[in-house]
Design a protein around this ligand. Sequence first.
Ligand code: AMP
Length: 489
Amino acid sequence: MTLLKQIARQAALQGEKCAYRSRGGALTYTQLWEKAAALAGFLAGQDSPVLVCGGKEPLMPVCFLACLLAGRPFVPCEADAPPERLAYIREASAAGTILAAAPAPPALAGPCLAEAPEIERLCAQTPPIRELPANPGRDAYILFTSGSTGRPKGVRIPVSALEHFTRWFSGLPGCRDCVEDTTINQARFSFDLSVADLWPAWAAGGTVFALDSTQQADLALLYAALGESGGARLTATPSFLRLCLCDAAFCQELLPRLRCVFLCGETLPARTARQFRERFPGARLLNAYGPTEATCAVCTAEITGEMEPLPVGEVATAASELLILGPEGEPLPEGEPGEIAIAGPSVGRGYIGAAGGGFGCWRGRALYRTGDRGKIAAGRLWYLGRIDRQIKYKGYRIEPGEVEGVLSTWPEVHAAAVLPLRRRGEVLGLAAVVEWAAGPLPPEECARRMRASLPSYMCPRVWQSVSPMPLTSNGKQDLKKLEELLQHE
Ligand code: AMP
Protein backbone atom coordinates (compact mmCIF):
# COMPACT_ATOMS: atom_id res chain seq x y z
CA MET A 1 0.00 0.00 0.00
CA THR A 2 1.35 3.46 -0.84
CA LEU A 3 2.13 5.90 1.95
CA LEU A 4 -0.76 8.18 0.95
CA LYS A 5 -3.19 5.26 0.93
CA GLN A 6 -1.97 4.28 4.40
CA ILE A 7 -2.50 7.82 5.71
CA ALA A 8 -5.95 7.99 4.04
CA ARG A 9 -6.83 4.72 5.75
CA GLN A 10 -5.63 6.01 9.11
CA ALA A 11 -7.59 9.24 8.63
CA ALA A 12 -10.75 7.17 8.15
CA LEU A 13 -9.96 4.81 11.04
CA GLN A 14 -8.64 7.28 13.61
CA GLY A 15 -11.09 10.14 12.95
CA GLU A 16 -10.97 12.28 16.08
CA LYS A 17 -7.65 10.92 17.36
CA CYS A 18 -4.93 13.57 17.53
CA ALA A 19 -2.56 13.39 14.54
CA TYR A 20 -0.37 16.37 15.45
CA ARG A 21 0.04 18.66 18.42
CA SER A 22 2.33 21.60 19.14
CA ARG A 23 2.08 24.81 21.16
CA GLY A 24 0.39 26.28 18.08
CA GLY A 25 -2.59 23.91 18.34
CA ALA A 26 -3.71 20.39 17.50
CA LEU A 27 -5.13 18.51 14.52
CA THR A 28 -7.26 15.40 14.52
CA TYR A 29 -6.80 12.84 11.76
CA THR A 30 -10.01 14.06 10.12
CA GLN A 31 -8.81 17.68 10.20
CA LEU A 32 -5.34 16.80 8.90
CA TRP A 33 -6.75 14.84 5.98
CA GLU A 34 -9.59 17.20 5.07
CA LYS A 35 -7.43 20.32 5.21
CA ALA A 36 -4.60 18.69 3.26
CA ALA A 37 -6.94 17.26 0.60
CA ALA A 38 -8.54 20.70 0.06
CA LEU A 39 -5.19 22.49 -0.07
CA ALA A 40 -4.00 19.83 -2.52
CA GLY A 41 -6.99 20.72 -4.69
CA PHE A 42 -5.55 24.25 -4.88
CA LEU A 43 -1.95 23.07 -5.46
CA ALA A 44 -2.72 20.46 -8.14
CA GLY A 45 -2.30 21.32 -11.78
CA GLN A 46 1.24 22.61 -11.46
CA ASP A 47 4.34 20.58 -10.75
CA SER A 48 6.83 23.15 -9.48
CA PRO A 49 8.11 22.75 -5.90
CA VAL A 50 6.25 24.43 -3.03
CA LEU A 51 8.26 26.31 -0.43
CA VAL A 52 6.67 25.66 2.96
CA CYS A 53 7.82 28.14 5.56
CA GLY A 54 7.23 28.22 9.31
CA GLY A 55 8.05 26.50 12.58
CA LYS A 56 5.91 23.87 14.30
CA GLU A 57 2.46 25.38 13.56
CA PRO A 58 -0.15 22.68 12.78
CA LEU A 59 -0.47 24.18 9.30
CA MET A 60 3.06 23.01 8.50
CA PRO A 61 2.29 19.28 8.38
CA VAL A 62 -1.00 20.08 6.59
CA CYS A 63 1.05 21.79 3.86
CA PHE A 64 3.51 18.87 3.61
CA LEU A 65 0.72 16.33 3.22
CA ALA A 66 -1.10 18.61 0.75
CA CYS A 67 2.02 18.81 -1.43
CA LEU A 68 2.41 15.03 -1.39
CA LEU A 69 -1.27 14.67 -2.34
CA ALA A 70 -0.91 17.21 -5.14
CA GLY A 71 2.23 15.52 -6.50
CA ARG A 72 4.39 18.59 -5.88
CA PRO A 73 7.68 18.46 -3.93
CA PHE A 74 7.75 20.48 -0.71
CA VAL A 75 10.75 22.52 0.37
CA PRO A 76 10.66 23.05 4.15
CA CYS A 77 12.18 26.31 5.42
CA GLU A 78 12.27 28.04 8.77
CA ALA A 79 10.51 31.41 8.95
CA ASP A 80 13.43 32.73 11.02
CA ALA A 81 16.09 31.69 8.46
CA PRO A 82 18.29 34.56 7.25
CA PRO A 83 16.62 36.54 4.43
CA GLU A 84 19.47 35.96 1.96
CA ARG A 85 19.30 32.22 2.51
CA LEU A 86 15.51 32.14 2.07
CA ALA A 87 15.78 34.17 -1.14
CA TYR A 88 18.45 31.79 -2.42
CA ILE A 89 16.43 28.65 -1.58
CA ARG A 90 13.36 30.12 -3.24
CA GLU A 91 15.29 30.85 -6.41
CA ALA A 92 17.38 27.66 -6.48
CA SER A 93 14.35 25.42 -5.95
CA ALA A 94 12.31 27.35 -8.56
CA ALA A 95 9.37 27.21 -6.16
CA GLY A 96 6.14 28.16 -7.92
CA THR A 97 4.12 28.53 -4.71
CA ILE A 98 5.03 29.64 -1.21
CA LEU A 99 2.94 28.57 1.76
CA ALA A 100 3.80 30.40 4.98
CA ALA A 101 2.33 28.96 8.18
CA ALA A 102 4.09 31.70 10.18
CA PRO A 103 4.23 35.40 9.14
CA ALA A 104 6.36 35.41 6.01
CA PRO A 105 9.63 37.35 6.00
CA PRO A 106 9.89 40.05 3.28
CA ALA A 107 12.30 37.81 1.30
CA LEU A 108 9.29 35.63 0.39
CA ALA A 109 6.83 38.40 -0.52
CA GLY A 110 5.20 38.24 -3.95
CA PRO A 111 2.18 36.96 -5.85
CA CYS A 112 3.05 33.27 -5.26
CA LEU A 113 2.81 33.66 -1.49
CA ALA A 114 -0.12 32.44 0.62
CA GLU A 115 0.06 33.19 4.35
CA ALA A 116 -1.77 31.40 7.18
CA PRO A 117 -5.21 33.13 6.87
CA GLU A 118 -5.23 32.49 3.11
CA ILE A 119 -4.09 28.87 3.58
CA GLU A 120 -6.89 28.34 6.13
CA ARG A 121 -9.38 29.83 3.65
CA LEU A 122 -8.14 27.48 0.91
CA CYS A 123 -8.39 24.53 3.32
CA ALA A 124 -11.99 25.45 4.10
CA GLN A 125 -13.24 26.37 0.64
CA THR A 126 -11.39 24.43 -2.07
CA PRO A 127 -12.92 21.20 -3.36
CA PRO A 128 -10.66 18.33 -2.22
CA ILE A 129 -8.35 16.51 -4.58
CA ARG A 130 -10.02 13.34 -5.84
CA GLU A 131 -7.21 11.15 -7.13
CA LEU A 132 -4.02 10.19 -5.35
CA PRO A 133 -0.96 10.89 -7.52
CA ALA A 134 0.90 8.00 -9.13
CA ASN A 135 4.60 8.01 -10.15
CA PRO A 136 6.67 7.16 -7.07
CA GLY A 137 9.72 8.46 -8.95
CA ARG A 138 8.62 12.08 -8.53
CA ASP A 139 10.25 14.21 -5.84
CA ALA A 140 8.52 14.10 -2.45
CA TYR A 141 10.63 16.82 -0.90
CA ILE A 142 13.75 18.89 -1.40
CA LEU A 143 15.89 19.61 1.64
CA PHE A 144 18.60 22.23 1.61
CA THR A 145 21.75 21.31 3.44
CA SER A 146 25.10 23.06 3.82
CA GLY A 147 27.15 23.14 0.60
CA SER A 148 30.95 23.08 0.39
CA THR A 149 30.94 25.35 -2.67
CA GLY A 150 29.61 28.32 -0.75
CA ARG A 151 25.85 27.83 -1.19
CA PRO A 152 23.33 25.44 0.40
CA LYS A 153 22.45 22.51 -1.85
CA GLY A 154 18.99 21.06 -2.39
CA VAL A 155 18.74 17.28 -2.00
CA ARG A 156 15.92 15.67 -4.03
CA ILE A 157 14.19 12.76 -2.30
CA PRO A 158 11.65 10.80 -4.36
CA VAL A 159 8.38 9.43 -3.01
CA SER A 160 9.74 5.88 -3.46
CA ALA A 161 12.62 6.62 -1.04
CA LEU A 162 10.29 8.24 1.50
CA GLU A 163 8.00 5.20 1.32
CA HIS A 164 10.95 2.82 1.60
CA PHE A 165 12.24 4.71 4.64
CA THR A 166 8.81 4.74 6.31
CA ARG A 167 8.40 0.97 5.84
CA TRP A 168 11.92 0.25 7.07
CA PHE A 169 11.65 2.53 10.08
CA SER A 170 8.21 1.23 11.08
CA GLY A 171 9.53 -2.33 11.16
CA LEU A 172 12.59 -1.65 13.32
CA PRO A 173 12.60 -3.44 16.66
CA GLY A 174 11.98 -0.69 19.18
CA CYS A 175 10.16 1.61 16.75
CA ARG A 176 7.73 -1.12 15.65
CA ASP A 177 6.19 -1.27 19.12
CA CYS A 178 5.43 2.44 19.43
CA VAL A 179 4.74 4.03 16.01
CA GLU A 180 1.00 3.92 16.78
CA ASP A 181 1.60 5.75 20.05
CA THR A 182 2.90 9.32 20.59
CA THR A 183 6.13 10.41 18.92
CA ILE A 184 7.99 13.42 20.31
CA ASN A 185 9.41 15.52 17.47
CA GLN A 186 12.50 17.62 18.22
CA ALA A 187 13.97 18.29 14.77
CA ARG A 188 13.04 21.34 12.76
CA PHE A 189 11.15 20.46 9.60
CA SER A 190 14.07 21.76 7.52
CA PHE A 191 16.23 19.02 9.08
CA ASP A 192 15.64 15.56 7.64
CA LEU A 193 15.48 13.88 11.05
CA SER A 194 11.88 15.12 11.17
CA VAL A 195 11.08 12.68 8.35
CA ALA A 196 11.34 9.91 10.97
CA ASP A 197 8.63 11.60 13.02
CA LEU A 198 5.78 12.56 10.71
CA TRP A 199 5.46 9.82 8.11
CA PRO A 200 5.90 6.62 10.17
CA ALA A 201 3.54 8.04 12.83
CA TRP A 202 0.78 8.92 10.34
CA ALA A 203 1.17 5.68 8.39
CA ALA A 204 0.43 3.83 11.65
CA GLY A 205 -2.22 6.14 13.15
CA GLY A 206 0.09 7.62 15.80
CA THR A 207 0.28 11.14 17.26
CA VAL A 208 3.13 13.57 16.66
CA PHE A 209 3.91 15.88 19.59
CA ALA A 210 6.18 18.64 18.25
CA LEU A 211 8.56 20.75 20.35
CA ASP A 212 9.23 24.26 19.04
CA SER A 213 12.46 26.25 19.30
CA THR A 214 11.26 28.32 22.30
CA GLN A 215 10.55 25.14 24.27
CA GLN A 216 13.93 23.73 23.31
CA ALA A 217 15.76 26.86 24.47
CA ASP A 218 14.34 26.81 28.02
CA LEU A 219 14.79 23.71 30.18
CA ALA A 220 11.75 24.47 32.39
CA LEU A 221 9.50 24.82 29.32
CA LEU A 222 11.08 21.76 27.75
CA TYR A 223 10.53 19.50 30.76
CA ALA A 224 6.97 20.79 31.15
CA ALA A 225 6.26 19.98 27.49
CA LEU A 226 7.91 16.54 27.73
CA GLY A 227 5.89 15.84 30.86
CA GLU A 228 2.59 16.54 29.13
CA SER A 229 3.55 14.83 25.85
CA GLY A 230 2.74 11.26 26.89
CA GLY A 231 5.54 10.38 24.44
CA ALA A 232 6.42 6.76 23.75
CA ARG A 233 9.15 7.51 21.20
CA LEU A 234 11.63 10.34 20.90
CA THR A 235 13.63 11.07 17.76
CA ALA A 236 16.53 13.42 18.44
CA THR A 237 20.15 14.30 17.91
CA PRO A 238 22.59 13.13 20.59
CA SER A 239 23.20 16.83 21.40
CA PHE A 240 19.53 17.26 22.26
CA LEU A 241 19.51 14.12 24.40
CA ARG A 242 22.58 15.44 26.24
CA LEU A 243 20.79 18.73 26.84
CA CYS A 244 17.76 16.88 28.27
CA LEU A 245 20.02 14.77 30.49
CA CYS A 246 21.72 17.77 32.08
CA ASP A 247 19.09 17.79 34.85
CA ALA A 248 18.04 14.81 36.96
CA ALA A 249 14.39 15.77 36.26
CA PHE A 250 14.76 14.08 32.86
CA CYS A 251 14.00 10.53 33.90
CA GLN A 252 11.42 7.76 33.60
CA GLU A 253 9.02 9.59 35.99
CA LEU A 254 8.87 12.55 33.57
CA LEU A 255 8.22 10.30 30.57
CA PRO A 256 6.70 7.12 32.03
CA ARG A 257 5.56 5.84 28.62
CA LEU A 258 8.88 6.36 26.82
CA ARG A 259 9.94 3.06 25.21
CA CYS A 260 12.29 4.05 22.40
CA VAL A 261 14.77 6.80 21.60
CA PHE A 262 16.01 6.99 18.01
CA LEU A 263 19.19 9.07 17.74
CA CYS A 264 20.81 10.14 14.49
CA GLY A 265 22.87 12.85 12.86
CA GLU A 266 26.12 12.90 14.83
CA THR A 267 28.34 10.84 17.09
CA LEU A 268 26.64 9.50 20.18
CA PRO A 269 29.10 9.67 23.09
CA ALA A 270 29.18 6.43 25.13
CA ARG A 271 28.75 8.54 28.30
CA THR A 272 25.46 9.99 27.02
CA ALA A 273 24.20 6.51 26.12
CA ARG A 274 25.14 5.19 29.57
CA GLN A 275 23.45 8.09 31.37
CA PHE A 276 20.29 7.66 29.33
CA ARG A 277 20.10 3.94 30.02
CA GLU A 278 20.53 4.52 33.76
CA ARG A 279 17.71 7.07 33.81
CA PHE A 280 15.39 5.14 31.48
CA PRO A 281 15.94 1.46 32.21
CA GLY A 282 12.65 0.59 30.45
CA ALA A 283 13.47 2.27 27.11
CA ARG A 284 15.44 1.06 24.10
CA LEU A 285 18.20 3.22 22.66
CA LEU A 286 18.85 3.14 18.90
CA ASN A 287 21.92 4.76 17.39
CA ALA A 288 21.14 5.40 13.73
CA TYR A 289 23.26 6.59 10.84
CA GLY A 290 22.52 8.23 7.52
CA PRO A 291 22.78 11.43 5.48
CA THR A 292 19.98 13.61 4.08
CA GLU A 293 20.98 12.30 0.62
CA ALA A 294 19.86 8.77 1.61
CA THR A 295 16.56 9.71 3.28
CA CYS A 296 17.27 10.38 6.95
CA ALA A 297 18.80 7.09 8.15
CA VAL A 298 19.84 3.80 6.61
CA CYS A 299 20.94 1.68 9.54
CA THR A 300 20.64 1.48 13.27
CA ALA A 301 22.24 -0.37 16.17
CA GLU A 302 20.62 -0.92 19.53
CA ILE A 303 22.90 0.21 22.35
CA THR A 304 22.92 -2.32 25.15
CA GLY A 305 25.41 -3.21 27.88
CA GLU A 306 28.79 -1.56 28.02
CA MET A 307 29.93 -0.75 24.49
CA GLU A 308 32.65 1.69 23.50
CA PRO A 309 33.02 2.95 20.82
CA LEU A 310 29.41 2.66 19.78
CA PRO A 311 28.38 1.07 16.47
CA VAL A 312 26.09 3.13 14.21
CA GLY A 313 24.25 0.30 12.52
CA GLU A 314 23.63 -3.38 11.88
CA VAL A 315 24.49 -4.30 8.30
CA ALA A 316 21.89 -7.09 8.07
CA THR A 317 18.94 -4.83 8.84
CA ALA A 318 20.08 -1.75 6.89
CA ALA A 319 17.53 0.00 4.65
CA SER A 320 20.00 -0.12 1.72
CA GLU A 321 23.31 -1.84 1.06
CA LEU A 322 26.25 -0.45 3.03
CA LEU A 323 29.64 -0.47 1.31
CA ILE A 324 33.09 0.60 2.35
CA LEU A 325 35.01 1.95 -0.63
CA GLY A 326 38.71 2.46 -1.23
CA PRO A 327 40.24 5.56 -2.87
CA GLU A 328 39.46 4.28 -6.39
CA GLY A 329 35.87 3.47 -5.48
CA GLU A 330 36.61 -0.25 -5.06
CA PRO A 331 34.72 -2.14 -2.30
CA LEU A 332 37.02 -3.00 0.58
CA PRO A 333 36.94 -6.27 2.57
CA GLU A 334 35.37 -6.44 6.03
CA GLY A 335 37.39 -4.71 8.73
CA GLU A 336 39.21 -2.29 6.42
CA PRO A 337 38.45 1.40 6.87
CA GLY A 338 37.35 3.45 3.87
CA GLU A 339 34.57 5.72 2.65
CA ILE A 340 31.02 4.73 3.60
CA ALA A 341 28.74 4.42 0.57
CA ILE A 342 25.05 3.57 0.38
CA ALA A 343 23.44 1.74 -2.54
CA GLY A 344 19.75 1.09 -3.07
CA PRO A 345 16.25 2.51 -2.66
CA SER A 346 17.16 4.97 0.13
CA VAL A 347 19.37 7.04 -2.17
CA GLY A 348 17.94 10.36 -3.40
CA ARG A 349 17.85 11.76 -6.93
CA GLY A 350 20.82 14.10 -6.59
CA TYR A 351 21.12 17.81 -5.98
CA ILE A 352 19.01 20.47 -7.61
CA GLY A 353 20.76 21.88 -10.64
CA ALA A 354 23.96 19.88 -10.14
CA ALA A 355 25.18 16.53 -11.35
CA GLY A 356 27.30 14.08 -9.35
CA GLY A 357 28.52 15.35 -6.00
CA GLY A 358 28.71 11.88 -4.42
CA PHE A 359 25.75 10.43 -6.35
CA GLY A 360 26.41 7.62 -8.81
CA CYS A 361 25.45 4.10 -9.75
CA TRP A 362 26.43 0.72 -8.32
CA ARG A 363 25.41 -2.55 -10.03
CA GLY A 364 22.34 -0.90 -11.48
CA ARG A 365 21.30 0.77 -8.26
CA ALA A 366 21.57 4.36 -7.09
CA LEU A 367 24.72 4.97 -5.05
CA TYR A 368 25.72 7.77 -2.70
CA ARG A 369 29.29 8.23 -1.44
CA THR A 370 28.88 9.88 1.94
CA GLY A 371 32.31 11.42 2.55
CA ASP A 372 32.25 9.62 5.93
CA ARG A 373 35.04 7.28 6.94
CA GLY A 374 33.96 3.99 8.41
CA LYS A 375 34.43 0.27 8.60
CA ILE A 376 32.26 -2.80 8.77
CA ALA A 377 33.26 -5.35 11.38
CA ALA A 378 31.30 -8.17 13.05
CA GLY A 379 28.22 -7.27 11.00
CA ARG A 380 28.17 -3.68 12.23
CA LEU A 381 29.01 -0.28 10.80
CA TRP A 382 31.43 1.97 12.69
CA TYR A 383 31.77 5.67 11.97
CA LEU A 384 35.37 6.91 11.97
CA GLY A 385 35.06 10.61 11.05
CA ARG A 386 34.99 12.66 7.86
CA ILE A 387 37.16 12.46 4.77
CA ASP A 388 36.52 16.14 4.06
CA ARG A 389 36.07 19.22 6.27
CA GLN A 390 32.34 18.81 7.01
CA ILE A 391 31.48 19.54 10.65
CA LYS A 392 28.59 18.53 12.86
CA TYR A 393 27.65 21.10 15.48
CA LYS A 394 24.64 20.38 17.72
CA GLY A 395 23.55 17.89 15.06
CA TYR A 396 23.64 20.54 12.31
CA ARG A 397 25.69 19.84 9.23
CA ILE A 398 28.09 22.62 8.33
CA GLU A 399 30.44 22.92 5.37
CA PRO A 400 33.14 25.44 6.36
CA GLY A 401 33.32 26.26 2.64
CA GLU A 402 29.82 27.73 2.79
CA VAL A 403 30.78 30.13 5.59
CA GLU A 404 34.04 30.95 3.79
CA GLY A 405 31.96 31.62 0.66
CA VAL A 406 30.01 34.31 2.53
CA LEU A 407 33.22 35.86 3.89
CA SER A 408 34.75 35.96 0.42
CA THR A 409 31.98 38.37 -0.69
CA TRP A 410 33.04 40.96 1.91
CA PRO A 411 35.36 43.54 0.30
CA GLU A 412 37.22 43.94 3.63
CA VAL A 413 38.32 40.30 3.59
CA HIS A 414 41.47 39.35 1.73
CA ALA A 415 41.41 35.65 2.69
CA ALA A 416 39.46 33.63 5.25
CA ALA A 417 39.32 30.12 6.70
CA VAL A 418 36.61 28.68 8.93
CA LEU A 419 37.45 25.96 11.45
CA PRO A 420 35.68 24.13 14.25
CA LEU A 421 36.41 25.12 17.83
CA ARG A 422 36.93 21.84 19.68
CA ARG A 423 37.29 20.89 23.31
CA ARG A 424 38.02 17.26 24.11
CA GLY A 425 36.78 16.25 20.66
CA GLU A 426 33.48 18.09 21.03
CA VAL A 427 32.66 20.90 18.59
CA LEU A 428 31.79 24.09 20.50
CA GLY A 429 31.16 26.31 17.49
CA LEU A 430 33.10 27.89 14.62
CA ALA A 431 36.09 30.20 14.40
CA ALA A 432 36.83 32.46 11.44
CA VAL A 433 40.50 33.20 10.78
CA VAL A 434 40.70 36.26 8.55
CA GLU A 435 43.43 38.09 6.70
CA TRP A 436 41.90 41.55 6.36
CA ALA A 437 42.47 43.72 3.30
CA ALA A 438 42.96 46.75 5.57
CA GLY A 439 42.09 46.75 9.29
CA PRO A 440 39.75 44.20 10.95
CA LEU A 441 36.01 44.89 11.11
CA PRO A 442 34.57 45.14 14.66
CA PRO A 443 33.29 41.73 15.84
CA GLU A 444 29.72 43.10 16.24
CA GLU A 445 29.69 44.14 12.59
CA CYS A 446 31.01 40.71 11.55
CA ALA A 447 28.27 39.04 13.61
CA ARG A 448 25.55 41.29 12.16
CA ARG A 449 26.57 40.58 8.57
CA MET A 450 26.88 36.85 9.22
CA ARG A 451 23.38 36.67 10.70
CA ALA A 452 21.95 38.24 7.53
CA SER A 453 23.37 35.38 5.44
CA LEU A 454 23.58 32.27 7.61
CA PRO A 455 21.61 30.48 10.33
CA SER A 456 22.93 31.20 13.83
CA TYR A 457 24.60 27.77 14.20
CA MET A 458 26.78 28.62 11.16
CA CYS A 459 27.92 32.03 12.44
CA PRO A 460 31.50 32.02 13.81
CA ARG A 461 31.82 32.70 17.54
CA VAL A 462 35.50 33.55 17.44
CA TRP A 463 37.18 35.99 15.04
CA GLN A 464 40.94 35.73 14.70
CA SER A 465 43.10 37.97 12.50
CA VAL A 466 46.19 36.64 10.67
CA SER A 467 48.66 38.31 8.35
CA PRO A 468 49.58 36.72 6.07
CA MET A 469 47.33 33.64 5.80
CA PRO A 470 49.61 30.60 6.33
CA LEU A 471 49.88 28.47 3.19
CA THR A 472 51.13 24.93 2.53
CA SER A 473 53.86 24.24 -0.03
CA ASN A 474 51.04 23.69 -2.56
CA GLY A 475 49.76 27.19 -1.94
CA LYS A 476 46.61 26.03 -0.11
CA GLN A 477 45.51 27.40 3.25
CA ASP A 478 47.46 25.55 5.92
CA LEU A 479 44.56 24.32 8.06
CA LYS A 480 46.86 22.48 10.46
CA LYS A 481 48.74 25.67 11.26
CA LEU A 482 45.48 27.56 11.62
CA GLU A 483 44.17 24.95 14.07
CA GLU A 484 47.36 25.30 16.12
CA LEU A 485 46.97 29.05 16.06
CA LEU A 486 43.45 28.75 17.47
CA GLN A 487 44.58 26.32 20.18
CA HIS A 488 47.08 28.85 21.42
CA GLU A 489 44.51 31.58 21.74
P1 AMP B 1 22.66 15.13 7.77
O1 AMP B 1 22.55 15.03 6.30
O2 AMP B 1 22.55 16.52 8.30
O3 AMP B 1 21.77 14.17 8.49
O4 AMP B 1 24.15 14.69 8.13
C1 AMP B 1 24.66 13.46 7.72
C2 AMP B 1 26.00 13.23 8.34
O5 AMP B 1 25.87 13.19 9.78
C3 AMP B 1 26.62 11.91 7.98
O6 AMP B 1 27.22 11.93 6.72
C4 AMP B 1 27.62 11.73 9.14
O7 AMP B 1 28.76 12.50 8.91
C5 AMP B 1 26.85 12.31 10.33
N1 AMP B 1 26.15 11.25 11.06
C6 AMP B 1 24.91 10.79 10.88
N2 AMP B 1 24.62 9.83 11.78
C7 AMP B 1 25.71 9.65 12.55
C8 AMP B 1 26.05 8.79 13.66
N3 AMP B 1 25.20 7.93 14.18
N4 AMP B 1 27.29 8.91 14.18
C9 AMP B 1 28.19 9.79 13.68
N5 AMP B 1 27.92 10.63 12.66
C10 AMP B 1 26.70 10.57 12.08
